[in-house]
Design a protein around this ligand. Structure first.
Ligand SMILES: Cc1cc2nc3c(=O)[nH]c(=O)nc-3n(C[C@H](O)[C@H](O)[C@H](O)COP(=O)(O)OP(=O)(O)OC[C@H]3O[C@@H](n4cnc5c(N)ncnc54)[C@H](O)[C@@H]3O)c2cc1C
Length: 432
């Protein structure tokens, strides 16, 4: 029997899933597939990686739901090339459906799989799912990509119609899944990972929180942001559902979702930003790159409480509040003159909501070298930021039990001295 396959990647949900909807509406029963991709997994150093645990949990849940409908998730562990060689040997596949993924590795992977499938006379159909607008939809009148957020955001909003945010009623077609016998999902251990005791943020949209978002989002001591980053990263929530429901309640929140797409679009059009500054002249900066100082920053021992609290929150939970991410990133690049790529790589290892486009875009923003970055001479004062956003010191108290004791380190660098050193280094690099 001819079947179709639907390949899950960063869209780990059954409801309102664009590619899955089109697959289920097609003429063939649909085999749902997931690949634990060794090209990605082998790059991860931490064996208790929270992201792998999160994915694994959701794969198990997807499979359970599919079993209730007489189907099951076909799970592979290997490279996508290996997995598709096995799939095409085992099944008579007419078409593979999937949702588009815009990161450079994903594009290369998909080109390779599309070529392989073509050789076997199998169609490969991709759909827009993880964004409201794809890379070529929000562009300047001359077709060129935007590189500044405000005009991008204005255009994004001007193009938005109810249709863009309408959910795909995938579940109406749930009888069209291919009926298969269930096979056990590989355990985390068999994938080479271990499970920590990790509680993940719920994927529910907290409407009361979103209503107050513009007032609460900058206060790290409270739960004033949605914590939906990881769900957007792995598609356990639909961007259409979220933008429709939350966007109607808070323009500020919607604007953050637009930032997300802006950075995805920058990465798509300018993949060189993975290695180089968007404004290339900033790559002339002579970073100090002091390894011991970097270590103090990573472990939250800089003697600047707001930076240390953020880094310790990150190390302990995989999350850091956005305001504190900005302060910690600014401190690393400007106070310590350490290359933003070092900080970016550390966040990439630790963040549960790690996303290449958002991480790279925000690090470049903080370092001043990004496409729409703050001018480099605006250097955050950690102290003033703390007075403004954690005036009662609750955030500091929550993460720094040693604050005020002899164990807490002295500031590793004087703010005024560091500021002058930074201005001089940036000026020198940009003068030439
Ligand atoms: C140095 C630095 C590194 C960052 N690295 C990442 C990263 O790896 N992955 C990531 O998703 N975000 C990153 N951000 C952006 C932002 O800090 C997080 O999206 C946010 O803190 C996640 O928490 P939340 O889900 O509660 O966000 P909310 O405030 O509730 O926002 C909702 C969603 O909007 C999007 N969003 C919000 N702010 C931004 C932003 N500035 N840029 C892009 N998207 C945004 C995210 O998808 C977020 O989940 C980074 C910011 C900085 C300053």
């Amino acid at each position: 029997m001819k079947i179709a396959a639907f390949w899950f990647r960063r869209d780990l949900r059954l409801e309102d899933n664009a590619g899955l909807y089109h697959a289920l509406k097609g003429e063939h029963p649909v085999l749902p597939v997931f690949i634990f991709d060794t090209n990605i997994l082998e790059e991860l150093e931490e064996k208790a990686d929270r992201r792998v645990q999160f994915i694994h949990q959701h794969i198990v849940a997807l499979d359970k739901q599919l079993q209730q409908w007489g189907s099951a998730l076909e799970v592979h562990h290997g490279t996508p090339g290996e997995a598709f060689a096995q799939l095409t040997a085992k099944y008579d596949i007419a078409c593979v459906y999937t949702n588009r993924d815009y990161e450079p590795y994903a594009s290369r992977r998909d080109e390779e799989i599309a070529r392989f499938l073509k050789q076997h006379d199998i169609a490969f159909r991709t759909f827009k799912d993880q964004v409201v607008f794809d890379y070529s939809e929000v562009v300047k009148d001359d077709g060129k990509p935007y590189t500044v957020f405000t005009p991008y955001s204005k255009k994004w909003l001007s193009l938005l119609t109810d249709d863009h945010l309408r959910s795909y009623s995938t579940l109406k077609y749930k009888d069209h899944f291919h009926k298969v016998n269930h096979k056990a999902i590989p355990s985390l251990q068999s994938l080479g990972f271990t499970a920590g005791r990790q509680a993940f943020p719920p994927e529910a949209i907290d409407e009361a929180l979103i209503r107050h978002y513009s007032k609460t989002r900058d206060i790290p001591a409270i739960e004033g942001t949605s914590r939906l980053g990881v769900h957007l990263r792995f598609g356990t929530i639909s961007i259409r559902t979220l933008a429709r429901r939350a966007g109607a309640l808070s323009e500020t929140f919607l604007s953050e979702l637009i930032w997300r797409e802006f950075f995805m679009m920058i990465l798509w059009h300018f993949p060189r930003v993975i290695n180089t500054s968007f404004r290339e002249e900033y790559d002339r900066i002579k970073w100090r790159n002091h390894e011991k100082e970097f270590e103090r920053w990573c472990t939250g021992q800089t003697g600047y409480p707001i930076v240390d609290a953020g880094m310790r929150q990150l190390n302990a939970t995989g999350f850091m509040h956005n305001r504190v991410r900005m302060i910690a990133a600014s401190f690393l690049t400007k106070h310590l003159l350490i290359d933003w790529r070092w900080g970016e790589a550390y966040f990439a290892k630790k963040l549960l909501d790690y996303d290449l486009a958002a991480n790279n875009g925000n690090w470049q923003w903080a370092a001043g070298c990004g496409c729409d970055a703050a001018p480099y001479f605006r250097i955050f004062s950690p102290q003033r930021q703390t007075e403004k956003f954690d005036p009662g010191g609750q955030y500091l108290k929550a993460w720094l039990p040693d604050l005020g004791s002899e164990d807490y380190p002295e500031p590793m660098v004087d703010h005024t001295v560091a500021r002058e050193r930074c201005l001089a280094a940036y000026k020198k690099a940009l003068q030439r």
